[in-house]
Design a protein around this ligand. Structure first.
Ligand SMILES: Cc1cc2nc3c(=O)[nH]c(=O)nc-3n(C[C@H](O)[C@H](O)[C@H](O)COP(=O)(O)OP(=O)(O)OC[C@H]3O[C@@H](n4cnc5c(N)ncnc54)[C@H](O)[C@@H]3O)c2cc1C
Length: 438
């Protein structure tokens, strides 16, 4: 009999992983607490659109659905920085203009991965099943459904149930010395909309990720295929100027007019959106181990939720699916070894990504506004063009390659040290020559 996997959570990674496992001929039962996204329910409950890049595209490619997903994607070739004065600066992501990230809709992507999984007759998807508990020894899960409590048992349970994972909570309760750390940012986020212009046109540059950097906070906007932009305000929960103190329509209007004067003119539904849309929190989760014998394993945000500032959470979750598939194929007869190998390969990189994502918040909200930052980006691109294959900026390694995150971080540190040492040496030589000349 074929091995049976019980997957909890049919979000972005759950759907894709079910397709990978289905392709290998495993029996797969995928359980999701929400209703079928094709019936119009919200998926994931988070951002409406996401930036998809090389790692994520590779994960989709392996299962043959990258072209379908990219058909509806909007390429974003760089950052468009909006100053308070209304001045705009465009900073390309890479020296190669063909390198870009892609704005894609979460709901459409979620449906595509679920449908890719459902192409395999050995994959069954069960919506409206909320997992409440996992029995680690039995590889069995319990669910609340409209018709009462049901349970499912497999050879292994995989938790692909996101940052607030129930599978991980069961591991926390039952595995002695299970390491768990969660940390929340002092900032929350709220989604707002810039609707399409006349005839469905885009009211700002379409092929860019827009940023309004304001030092301790920022707003960003990603384009959608219908001509709209989804804006996300990342702002302190508490403080003299914060979500907590901005309550009335006047407060909201004044804040936006002061900070984002060019955007506010394009946001006719600002007050309604601000009141109605929830304020989300941003967390980093680190845990270990990600598996229990050959019975339970964690994938995606369930194992390693990160803050969204590198645009890599989903991309990393898709990379998890690729690596787990490779490990299960390599150790077909020893699932525990496959889980252990997967954990070994991914944990160090998930930890590196968590740090990179936190660091990029400071870069986006503060540094992108500075001339020094723009000069450093130009220097990066100059060196990348002058030293092809030798010098690769950190952003390019993370976004446009599949170099493991930890290695990218280490390589960037070495590169930066060499560049700064060279700049200091050149400056010292120039100063010495000038002194000799005068
Ligand atoms: C504001 C914001 C912007 C982001 N932008 C980007 C971006 O641009 N690029 C990028 O790569 N990443 C981005 N991310 C991160 C990305 O959203 C996540 O990394 C990605 O969704 C992780 O996929 P997942 O399948 O692991 O989890 P999820 O997508 O969260 O899916 C988990 C699924 O499990 C289901 N579930 C949960 N609990 C249960 C239960 N008890 N029983 C049954 N089902 C359950 C949920 O309903 C959901 O469908 C962003 C995140 C946020 C918050």
């Amino acid at each position: 009999m074929a091995t049976k996997f019980v997957l909890i959570g049919s979000g972005l990674a759950g759907g894709l992983l079910a397709a990978y496992l289905g392709r290998r001929g495993y029996e797969v039962d995928l359980y999701e607490r929400r209703s079928d996204p094709r019936e119009g329910s919200l998926v994931g409950g988070r951002s409406i659109n996401l930036a998809l890049s090389t790692r994520g595209i590779h994960g989709l490619e392996q299962i043959g659905i990258s072209d379908e997903v990219l058909k509806y994607a909007i390429p974003m070739r760089g950052r468009m920085i909006h100053e308070k004065s209304g001045a705009l600066h465009f900073a390309p992501y890479d020296v190669d203009p063909n390198k870009h990230i892609n704005s894609i809709g979460r709901a459409a992507l979620n449906t595509t991965v679920i449908e890719a999984a459902q192409q395999y007759p050995n994959v069954r998807v069960h919506f409206n099943h909320k997992c409440t508990d996992v029995d680690l020894e039995q590889a069995a899960a319990r669910f609340e459904t409209e018709s009462g409590v049901v349970s499912a048992r497999g050879d292994a349970v995989i938790g692909v149930d996101g940052a607030f994972s129930t599978v991980r909570q069961s591991m926390q309760l039952k595995i002695p010395n299970f390491e768990y750390d969660e940390s929340y940012l002092a900032h929350g986020y709220k989604e707002l909309t810039i609707p399409p212009g006349a005839n469905g046109s885009w009211q700002m540059e379409k092929n860019a990720l827009h940023i309004w950097p304001r030092r301790s906070f920022m707003m960003i906007a990603l384009p959608n295929p219908d001509g709209s932009f989804t804006c996300t305000l990342f702002w302190e929960f508490e403080g003299p100027r914060s979500f907590a103190t901005t309550k009335t329509d006047d407060d909201v209007r004044r804040f936006f007019e002061e900070e984002f004067p060019d955007a506010v003119q394009l946001m006719p539904n600002l007050l309604e959106d601000f009141k109605t849309n929830p304020t989300g929190s941003l967390m980093t989760i680190r845990c270990a181990p990600w598996f229990y014998s050959d019975k339970v394993c964690l994938v995606g945000d369930a194992a390693h939720a990160v803050v969204p500032f590198y645009g890599q959470g989903m991309n990393a979750a898709f990379e998890d699916c690729v690596v787990l598939d490779e490990c299960l194929t390599r150790f077909t007869e020893d699932r525990q070894r496959a889980f252990a190998e997967y954990f070994e390969r991914r944990k160090v990189n998930a930890d590196a990504l968590a740090d990179l994502a936190l660091g990029n918040f400071i870069e986006m909200r503060d540094k992108t506004a500075s001339k020094t930052f723009r000069a450093k980006k130009k220097l990066d691109h100059f060196l990348e063009a002058a030293l092809p294959g030798i010098y690769l900026p950190l952003y390019a390694m993370v976004t446009f390659t599949r170099i493991p995150y930890a290695e990218a971080e280490r390589r960037a540190r070495v590169q930066d040290a060499i560049v700064y040492a060279s700049l200091i040496t050149i400056a010292a030589i120039v100063i010495s020559v000038l002194i000799l000349l005068v």
